[in-house]
Design a protein around this ligand. Structure first.
Ligand code: SF4
Length: 351
């Protein structure tokens, strides 16, 4: 797939932009000051596949906690700062691998410059983040409200301000909870901005609506070759964000690896608890490092045929199920043993 070419930027051990794969990131929802809870959550996110983590830094205590957090995690740590430039400086001094600021709410150009100089001294990138909700008055008036053009102009103004301060180690993000506006804004900025883009749909909602909005928005933007790192925003456990992000990238062919579980929609022929089984299978395969397709089908009438494209599958019968490989039935198994039989097959795959 064609990818929009951008500069390559290094965030700790992870490079984004250039020809690097789209990196998955998330944000903790613990109190950053609570090192134990924050580290525990980051380790769970790492295990799920998170590659860059961001923590909110609302207090000096949070900025100081970053040093200890960083020692105990294995992925780059990004500090998210609003309003107070001193917190940005403290976050950098405590080891942040990148900072995210909205220069529009950091204060005077002198304060922004103090942050830029500190980032330059430590050689870390700055993400310039603009949200549709924080658009300046003159842009709202110029464009007659919140528009994609206004969001892009706002972001580019800030990028140019930092460039004029002599720094180009930048990542840019523009966010809107209006999915189509967000898509349009990314199309516009990709033509004008040489820096990697962090893409996300902001305030996208609960796990259900957030997954749908993020999949549609990120799906279109990434499919157009735009975007270098993504965050799925959900009102929920951030581990869910990683699962969704991985599946979006995999669906678009931007990631390989991991077991893909396909399952039938169920119908009047279904004689086992297929919905429960499919969910159990999805959870069960999460830690198995294979790149194959597993089918979970509801019946023996169409199941084996429909599962042909999968490497392995199970199909339900009455009180029993079938184990299927490449469309061929290889074994009959009691319903209660189906899940474990499938797991054993996967663990012994290629042996
Ligand atoms: S596989 Fe069987 S149970 Fe599932 S939708 Fe098809 S016919 Fe219905």
């Amino acid at each position: 797939m064609y990818r929009n070419q951008t500069k390559e930027i290094r965030i700790g051990s992870v490079k984004i932009g250039g020809d690097n794969p789209v990196a998955i990131q998330s944000m903790t929802n613990t109190k950053t000051e609570d090192v134990e809870a924050t580290v525990a959550q980051i380790l769970r996110l790492e295990a799920a596949g998170c590659e860059i983590i961001r923590c909110a830094v609302p207090t000096m205590e949070a900025a100081q906690a970053l040093g200890e957090i960083k020692k105990r995690i294995h992925i780059p740590l990004v500090a998210d700062i609003h309003f107070d430039y001193r917190l940005a400086i403290a976050a950098i001094e405590n080891g942040a691998d990148k900072i995210r600021i909205n220069p529009g709410n950091i204060g005077s150009p002198e304060r922004v410059k103090a942050v830029v100089d500190c980032a330059k001294e430590h050689g870390i990138p700055i993400r310039v983040g603009v949200n549709s909700g924080s658009l300046e008055k003159h842009l709202l008036e110029k464009y007659g409200g919140v528009t994609a053009e206004g969001i892009v102009e706002s972001a580019l103004d800030k990028v140019h301000m930092i460039e004029e301060m002599g720094y180009d180690n930048l990542v840019v993000s523009i966010k809107s909870s209006d999915v189509l506006m967000c898509v349009r804004a990314h199309e516009l900025i990709a033509e004008q901005c040489p820096y990697p883009l962090h893409v996300g749909i902001t305030e996208s909602g609960t796990v259900y609506s957030g997954n749908v909005k993020s999949s549609v928005g990120l799906g279109i933007i990434l499919y157009e070759g735009i975007g270098n790192t993504i965050r799925v925003s959900l009102t929920g456990d951030p581990v869910e964000e990683i699962r969704t992000a991985k599946l979006i990238l995999k669906t678009l062919g931007l990631r390989k690896g991991g077991i893909e579980v396909v399952s039938c929609p169920t119908c009047g022929r279904t004689k086992i608890d297929l919905i429960g089984l499919a969910n159990q299978v999805e959870e069960m395969v999460a830690d198995i490092p294979l790149d194959i397709k597993v089918a979970v089908m509801g019946c023996a009438v169409n199941g084996p045929g429909e599962a042909k494209e999968a490497d392995i599958g199970i199909a339900g019968g009455v009180g029993e199920g079938l184990l299927i490989k490449k469309g061929q039935i290889v074994k009959k198994v009691k319903e209660e043993e189906l899940l474990n039989t499938l797991r054993q097959e996967l663990l012994n795959w290629n042996r």
